[in-house]
Design a protein around this ligand. Structure first.
Ligand SMILES: Cc1cc2nc3c(=O)[nH]c(=O)nc-3n(C[C@H](O)[C@H](O)[C@H](O)COP(=O)(O)OP(=O)(O)OC[C@H]3O[C@@H](n4cnc5c(N)ncnc54)[C@H](O)[C@@H]3O)c2cc1C
Length: 356
């Protein structure tokens, strides 16, 4: 492919780097423009969950097929505590429910591994280079408008490796709070879908709530915050540009598990370029049903609040296969309730290329 124009990608997050790796491995010349000085700068070496229940197969096998090497910190989590307003479930699964990964620019992070893999297969990454609208083949610039807001803290801890989630509108309005601990480090955060201006207050409440469950001391704490966006769209191609990851609104509406959407959509956009096939067709086949199910679940969750959380916890408690239960929750067919022409979930009306 020497001599041909390189394919340009805006944004070196998981979606942009997955697209870059796939393209470069097929022999394309690729340049990624990243506005920050390094990858993962919007994160703080905090733990995030790479979800592993929405497909029967394991998410890491999907990554390896792309192929993306799993040489980053990646710890399988088989269970944990789900605490509701009144009930709690001790969840146990035979297969990993999710993988604990680190996000940021530090050692062992997903972001640093993807950067290394991209460079190894010949991708050029240009840092400190914000891209303007209309200037790239693939738009991977992350969230646009905040629809969820997270406030958290990373810290040293003496507690054993833990995964705990609280679903309670008093602690995280319309959202959830989580505590993830491994190897003496922990991340605790509250994720809000309303009341963004009161995030400090809700973070304090989340810390207090987890202290009621576990003997928690916060050593060397560093606070962080971040936001996410999600919306349904009819096309992810605007003026020939392919939108991927959160820039395309691809995100789990219910619980914000966006990493898998980002890597999958980046890979699919690259595939559509390599094979000269319709990107919209590819992402709709792979992601649309699940996106819509999560959108509907979010509406129900917001409508019924603590009643819905208690229902989810009771169902999980009664299930011998929580992974299968949660998968069914995400892949149910809602034809008619959420047709593409009558979406009630937020739909992107932005002009082409906005969000850069
Ligand atoms: C606090 C928090 C906790 C989360 N927890 C989880 C979790 O547990 N599990 C999960 O699956 N997901 C989680 N998410 C969501 C997940 O992190 C995102 O969905 C995922 O990172 C999206 O990847 P992306 O590539 O689309 O965007 P990003 O990761 O945001 O990457 C976009 C990149 O583009 C760059 N950029 C932006 N604008 C420009 C421009 N104009 N020009 C050039 N570069 C640009 C940015 O600097 C960034 O590097 C969390 C998010 C937050 C904020």
């Amino acid at each position: 492919m020497k001599g041909s124009e390189p394919i340009t990608i805006a944004g070196a997050g998981p979606s942009g780097l997955a697209a870059a790796i796939t393209l470069a491995r097929s022999g394309r010349r690729v340049v990624v423009y990243e506005k920050n000085a390094d990858v993962g700068m919007r994160f703080h070496n905090d733990f995030q969950g790479l979800e592993n229940w929405t497909t029967e197969g394991d998410v890491l096998d999907f990554f390896r097929m792309m192929p993306i090497e799993v040489d980053f910190f990646c710890r399988p989590v088989y269970g944990g505590l789900l605490q509701g307003p009144t009930d709690r479930a001790q969840v146990r699964s035979d297969e990993p429910l999710f993988y604990l990964v680190k996000r940021g620019s530090g050692e062992g992070t997903l972001d640093r591994s993807l950067k290394r893999q991209a460079i190894d297969c010949g991708v050029r990454i240009v840092f400190n280079s914000p891209v303007s609208a209309g200037q790239s083949d693939v738009i991977a610039t992350g969230p646009r408008k905040p629809r969820m807001f997270a406030a958290g803290v990373v810290f040293d801890t003496a507690i054993a490796d833990t995964a705990a989630i609280i679903l309670d509108n008093d602690i995280a309005p319309k959202g959830y709070a989580y505590l993830l601990a491994a190897e003496g480090r922990a991340t605790l955060a509250t994720v809000l879908y309303s009341h963004f201006d009161r995030c400090e207050h809700y973070l304090e409440k989340a810390v207090a709530a987890f202290r009621n469950i576990l003997p928690l001391e916060l050593g060397n704490p560093t606070k962080f915050s971040g936001f996410g966006s999600f919306f349904l769209r009819k096309t992810a191609v605007e003026k020939g540009q392919r939108f991927v990851g959160e820039a395309a609104g691809f995100q789990d509406f219910l619980f914000g598990f966006g990493i898998r959407y980002a890597i999958t959509s980046g890979h699919l956009a690259a595939k559509s370029i390599i094979e000269n096939v319709d990107y919209d067709r590819l992402w709709k086949l792979r992601l649309n049903k699940q996106l819509k199910a999560s959108a509907l679940n979010r509406r129900l969750y917001e409508m019924f609040g603590n009643v819905a959380y208690t229902h989810l916890i009771k169902k999980t408690n009664a299930s011998s296969d929580p992974r299968g239960l949660w998968r069914r929750f995400y892949i149910a067919s809602f034809r008619g309730l959420l047709s593409t022409s009558g979406e009630k979930a937020p739909v992107c009306n932005a002009s082409p290329g906005s969000g850069l």
